[in-house]
Design a protein around this ligand. Structure first.
Ligand SMILES: [Zn+2]
Length: 133
């Protein structure tokens, strides 16, 4: 006899985790040439071809004895970083252009005119003369 209970969809939240995944990320600073590394830790859940990573932030979130996978990501690039930033380090560069309020107002008016919907054209009523009959 088959089970009459309908099958329920298993969501990621109900799937048990299978491992911790530590994602090791790095950022290369173009200014000081330093590479900064940091990591984020997740619980890994797998269902068929789908993977779900749930961030874990504190030791209170570490509840299971599971394997720990360390996955290294490709480094990202930053023009300057927290270690080499200094006040005034871009004094040699020009200031951003000032906003011309008059120009902005004109642009706004232009956009307003352009984006205002046109009223629908009224169809001309066909007129007939006695000669048309
Ligand atoms: Zn730097």
């Amino acid at each position: 006899m088959s089970d009459p209970t309908p099958k329920t969809l298993v969501t990621n939240q109900k799937l048990p985790p299978i491992a911790y995944q530590v994602q090791l990320r790095s950022t290369f600073c173009q200014r000081c040439q330093a590479t900064h590394e940091y990591s984020e830790t997740f619980e890994l859940r797998v269902y068929r071809n789908f993977k779900n990573l749930t961030p874990i932030r504190t030791m209170a979130d570490v509840n299971y004895n599971m394997p720990i996978n360390v996955v290294k990501s490709n480094p990202t690039i930053t023009p300057f970083c927290h270690e080499c930033v200094k006040p005034g380090m871009f004094n040699h560069l020009p200031r951003p252009p000032a906003l011309d309020v008059r120009v902005a107002s004109d642009l706004w008016q232009t956009d307003l005119v352009r984006n205002t919907p046109k009223p629908p054209e009224k169809k001309k009523r066909a007129t007939f003369t006695l000669d048309d009959l």
